[in-house]
Design a binder for this molecule. Sequence first.
Ligand code: NDP
Ligand code: OXD
Length: 304
Amino acid sequence: MTLILFAAPALWPEYRDTLPAALTEAGIEATLVTEADPSQVDYIVYAPASPLQDFTPYSRTKAVLNLWAGVEKIVGNPTLTQPLCRMVDPGLTEGMVEWVTGHTLRHHLGMDRHIVNPGHIWDPTCPPLARERPVTILGMGALGSACAEALRALNFPVTGWSRTEKPGQLHGDHGLRRALSTAQILVTLLPKTPETENLLNADRLDLLPQGAVILNPGRGALIDDDALLAALDRGHIGHATLDVFRVEPLPRDHPFWTHPKVTVTPHIAADTRAITAARVIAENIRRGEAGEPFLHQVDRARGY
Ligand code: NDP
Ligand code: OXD
């Protein structure tokens, strides 16, 4: 069996040994290559930054296994007729939980006041307890639900909102209004789809409590940039910590870079980790070969 890796060359050393080892562990005999006759390729391991955009010649390929959780760059590709699976990787999830928890605690504890204190002001105001700081997470999938669990373990009251009705969560437009109205800290972990684009527009940002903080490790397009800047400027939003942007790298002249109430992190909230992701890929290939349903197969109609 032939597997081809389409990704930035820097990823080859990460997968060159880990993926064959995981395949062997799963009882699969396969060769991992970076170049092959397309008609001989059984599975494609794919990073959206790869130059491969025309999947037509891969007539024998049984699945495209995405290395990213987000699939918006590939899901609409009309040449892609093979099943597409997104990445749900325990290592990536762990990274996201750390990023979200760390940035939540930064704002919850008001750490900036003490880290940047040029006037050496002795302000003994104690922050509230986590149990008094409601957090809302938009998108309660693999990542959002893991973040909710970690924040709840620290006693934050977490409200989750997603597309479909689930016990203990909100959904729909009415649910979104409720979820936003209590969010002192808002975490956006939705995929980018036509339904989620500009979800946080001026009207919805207005629903947040005065001084709310936004953490966006989901996708830049979830938030209307101009509406966010306006809400920050008039003090309605207290701070925005943004990891993802409509254009990446974030252009040097973008106002987010210099805005005093914006923290930019360069799409580093969470990365797929080869050691854990290789096992997920191997399990999906095992399933493909056994005729079992793939894990994390993307529903093209939904777009995620
Ligand atoms: P999942 O597919 O597991 O979860 C997506 C969640 O979003 C689900 O709860 C889903 O609801 C909800 N959702 C989707 N569409 C809508 C909608 N229209 N309205 C309301 N809720 C909706 O994805 P992951 O948790 O694995 O990843 C989420 C996103 O995080 C990725 O798509 C990617 O954009 C981003 N990401 C960012 C990284 C970074 O480094 N910054 C790293 C990895 C991912 P339901 O369950 O009801 O369908
Ligand atoms: C992803 C990402 O989708 O890194 O995996 O953003």
